[in-house]
Design a protein around this ligand. Structure first.
Ligand SMILES: NC(=O)c1ccc[n+]([C@@H]2O[C@H](COP(=O)([O-])OP(=O)(O)OC[C@H]3O[C@@H](n4cnc5c(N)ncnc54)[C@H](O)[C@@H]3O)[C@@H](O)[C@H]2O)c1
Length: 315
């Protein structure tokens, strides 16, 4: 397959691009920023992987790239990511996530590219009604990030109905592992361990959210990409388990007993005054049954793999 990966220099996009190239697909990774170290490693390892600079919000650039490469499918990972980033930059979030995605979908229509897998998020659900939710949970996003991602889902559905495109949405959760760019759990804890710093968080220990190791997330994305004749257009790709942040701290301490980290009980705040909504686990039965998706990394195995990577990548 020829696959165009947007956000190909990013955390998930670079992992998707490298994995596709290593199994023999021809991949064009597109990003507004330069190739990251992890994408560079993939570019050096495989002639099947190429990189092009491109800004999703620049229609002419995106149309030209898609026309010239003519992919069989697109994996759309580029975005302004995260609640906090979207709160600090709401206009840019809408422009990149909504208008940028629309540019991509319009180019698909014009140049007859039928398949896209869009990386969506659990934020589209808004506050969870229960501790575990499936894809039928109402979409009530509350922050610009989740609102922008749900807008993309709905725009895509319109294009699917009207023009016969084939677009699926991967609703993933808190992805972690090598290269995680955002200063949140578990990165901040692992950074403190590697740098031999003390980190004592004064709240948030009770907050529960599904955490998925990046390799499992990539595996789920590829399972959605490879499947034909989907019965649904949205799949939770997660683990089905929502550890508390207190449990993550405790697991890290069993992996590295000298770690000087702790967390107090209570609710979590991204930053002062910005808290996540109630979350929990994402039910992965649909992906399990229809796609054969099964996460391989337990929390302990994923945190251990991330720690090992950080030990050999100290900066
Ligand atoms: N990491 C997570 O925990 C998580 C959770 C749920 C969903 N997602 C989704 O997964 C996708 C990838 O996230 P990530 O964690 O790899 O984030 P990331 O920030 O590492 O990657 C996003 C990439 O998009 C690129 N980008 C931003 N604006 C662009 C533009 N105008 N044109 C072209 N490229 C642009 C960035 O340069 C970056 O490399 C996103 O769509 C995100 O919403 C991520």
């Amino acid at each position: 397959m020829k696959v165009l990966v947007t956000g190909g220099a990013g955390f998930i996009g670079s992992a998707v691009a490298r994995t596709l190239a290593s199994r023999g697909d021809q991949v064009l990774a597109v990003d507004i920023g330069p190739p990251s170290r992890r994408l560079d490693a993939g570019l050096a390892a495989s002639a099947k992987l190429e990189f092009a600079t491109g800004d999703l919000t620049e229609w002419a650039q995106i149309a030209q790239l898609i026309k010239a490469f003519s992919p069989d499918a697109i994996v759309h990972c580029a975005a302004i990511v995260g609640v906090l980033n979207s709160v600090s930059a709401p206009f840019a979030t809408m422009r990149v996530n909504v208008e940028g995605s629309l540019n991509l979908i319009e180019a698909m229509r014009l140049f007859d590219i039928r398949r896209m897998v869009h990386i969506s998020t659990e934020e589209i659900y808004g506050p969870f009604d229960s501790d575990m939710i499936n894809e039928d949970h109402p979409a009530r996003p509350v922050k610009p990030y989740g609102i922008s991602k749900y807008a993309v889902e709905q725009l895509a559905r319109d294009y699917v109905r009207t023009y016969g495109l084939d677009i699926q949405h991967v609703r993933t959760c808190w992805v972690y592992g090598p290269g995680l760019p955002r200063p949140r759990v578990p990165k901040i804890l692992i950074d403190a361990i590697i740098e031999k710093r003390s980190l004592h968080m004064n709240g948030g220990g009770d907050f529960r959210v599904d955490h998925i190791y990046v390799d499992d997330c990539v595996d789920g994305i590829l399972k959605v990409l490879d499947h034909q004749d989907h019965r649904h257009d949205a799949y939770n790709i997660a683990t089905g388990i929502a550890p508390s942040i207190g449990e993550i701290v405790a697991t890290l301490k069993t992996l590295e007993p000298s770690a000087d980290i702790s967390i107090a009980e209570g609710d979590y705040e991204f930053t002062k005054g910005v808290s996540p909504v109630k979350k929990g686990a994402l039910d992965i039965s649909r992906a399990r049954q229809e796609l054969g998706y099964a996460p391989r990394f337990t929390l302990k195995a994923g945190l251990g793999a991330y720690l090992d990577w950080r030990r050999s990548n100290p900066v």
